[in-house]
Design a protein around this ligand. Sequence first.
Ligand code: UD1
Ligand code: UDP
Length: 363
Amino acid sequence: MKICSVIGARPQFVKAGAVSRALKQDGRIEEVLIHTGQHYDFNMSEVFFREFDLAAPRHNLGVGSGRHGAQTGKMLEGLEEVFLSERPDLVLVYGDTNSTLAGALAAAKLHVPIAHVEAGLRSFNRAMPEEINRIVADGVSDVLFAPTDVAAAQLRREGHPEERIVWTGDVMYDAALMTADVARSRSRVLDALGLQDGGYYLATVHRAENTDDVRRLASIVESLATVAETHPVVLPLHPRTRAALERSGLLARAEQALRLVEPVGFVDMVRLEMGALAVASDSGGVQKEAFFYGVPCFVLRDETEWVELVDAGWNTLVPPGDAAAMATVMLARDASRRREVRPYGDGNASGVIVAELARRLGA
Ligand code: UD1
Ligand code: UDP
């Protein structure tokens, strides 16, 4: 039995880091990794292959950056070729990026069964490119691996047949647990940046709705600058955000007020998350990882797919726009509503996925 896994953007390397390891340990299914080339800088791609000991992709399409249509179109063309030559029994796609969309569509057109890891997430905001990618990927998938109860319920509400929906827990929780000890013992990032455990905020920003809207981006920079008057704010800068800050003339202000660093590898990222007093982020992955390590997160968005953490009082939506109001919320760190919850399983989502794939493929 053979599957092709399509990955291409940073969070997919983390998710594959957990699932590919479980596939290898299980041994019943051969996995061929296909990298679309959506992310290509060393610290946006290769570093994760090294840290997770992921096999080198058998195919790298080298698609690179571009507008949605052009980027997705190149991926479709390349993936079709690869699927025709590899003849997989199933294609595995992850999350909600353009690489997910292309992997799912290319496979669907060739009548290859598709499994979608992280199915059923919705922001109910179709202006987000990711929302379109999720809806299409779920629509053409044969196996819908839902990470949470909320996601599984959403798939049912949309009328997806029951036999397609499999609750798994979150593979990012698996990756977070796998990496915690390594980060604690090996990462030197706090020393390198002169930071103390519990003494700083960690921020990440990269969503199109924040980087491509100068007013929102400026409010994020200014609100974090206010926070930085009392605690250092470390911001590993996504290349998209660096470009947007440069374009909009905000880079100098951000450099002066915040600790801007290049994107970091996963081990250092986990260490930064663990040690933070609080996290401020528009990232899907980072807002959960903060919770995995018991750190509250301010979600720099108008809505989130990971609603269970907002409901449980760990995460707080901080819609960009009014810098002063944002800073007030982020500095208050109100802990009164936090409840103990375990919405993401027990760290074995990858095991559930592998067992289910093996069962369905008759491996
Ligand atoms: C993509 C995903 C987003 C995901 C994010 C994870 C889509 C539509 N978006 O957004 O859902 O949360 O990845 O990080 O698929 N760039 C580089 N070097 C790189 C990669 C990107 O310089 O290695 C720059 C380029 O200028 C590029 C820009 O970043 O145009 C955006 O990259 P792209 O992959 O199109 O989207 P992301 O914003 O990274
Ligand atoms: N991440 C990382 N280094 C960084 C920023 C993020 O290793 O400098 C990791 C983060 O811990 C998480 C994943 O990348 O596991 C999330 O990716 P990103 O925020 O780019 O995408 P999203 O999750 O929003 O789709």
